[in-house]
Design a protein around this ligand. Structure first.
Ligand SMILES: [Zn+2]
Length: 207
């Protein structure tokens, strides 16, 4: 089993390779690896990320087949089926690190902000669910006078923190594993501009 701390270090190293443009040649994505994985998967981290086409987890962390258990949904929101997916991964594969991965210029966060600013009533009921789940965390930011760019910057981060909290507190299984089994749920932001992932929590004291 890979500890939360080791898992985060693997992700950090992989992201450094991605940023430097020197991908790991030994990343296993070939037919031999596919065959080996038929016996079962053993991912070392769960990533709850945004569906944005510019933020594919395996590529930005330079990982191969079977390395990451990835859940993607617009705005990296938390909903029951997504919590269920995380529960499945930590229980079935012993994963000890869950990363909520948001990103700069997130369209879902931007849509949620615009809707707070000037509601149009034009969102479909299904899109409404996504926007509604983002807005509670970001609506207090509307009170602060700041430009749109600064507002977006803060809103993306607040949305990531909100999803982290919902995962930490929205599941009895995950709560118990955090207390008893060294499970960590952390937030991170991917920069579309630099390619770098910034992790918000420091796990260096955790085992
Ligand atoms: Zn996004």
């Amino acid at each position: 089993m890979v500890s939360a701390n080791d898992a985060i270090n693997r992700l950090r190293e992989g992201n450094k390779r991605f940023v430097s443009g020197i991908q790991n040649e030994s990343n296993l994505t070939d037919a031999y690896r596919r065959q080996a994985l038929l016996a079962g998967q053993d991912p070392f981290a769960v990533i709850l990320g945004c569906s944005d086409s510019r933020v594919p987890a395996e590529i930005i962390f330079d990982q191969g087949l079977g390395d990451l258990f990835v859940i993607r949904v617009a705005g990296n929101i938390v909903a029951p089926s997504l919590i269920g997916s995380v529960e499945f991964a930590v229980e079935a594969f012993g994963v000890r690190l869950v990363v909520v991965l948001g990103h700069t210029k997130c369209g879902a966060v931007s849509a949620a902000l615009s809707d707070l600013d000037r509601p149009t009533g034009r969102l479909s009921p299904n899109l409404r669910v996504i926007v509604d789940s983002i807005q509670p965390a970001i609506s207090p930011l509307m009170e602060i006078r700041q430009d749109r760019e600064a507002l977006m910057h803060q809103a993306v981060r607040e949305n990531i923190h909100a999803s982290v909290k919902q995962l930490q507190n929205g599941s009895k299984i995950l709560e118990e594993m955090i207390v008893e089994s060294g499970l960590a749920v952390v937030g991170a932001e991917y920069s579309l501009e630099t390619g770098e992932v910034e992790f918000f929590e420091d796990l260096s004291d955790a085992s």
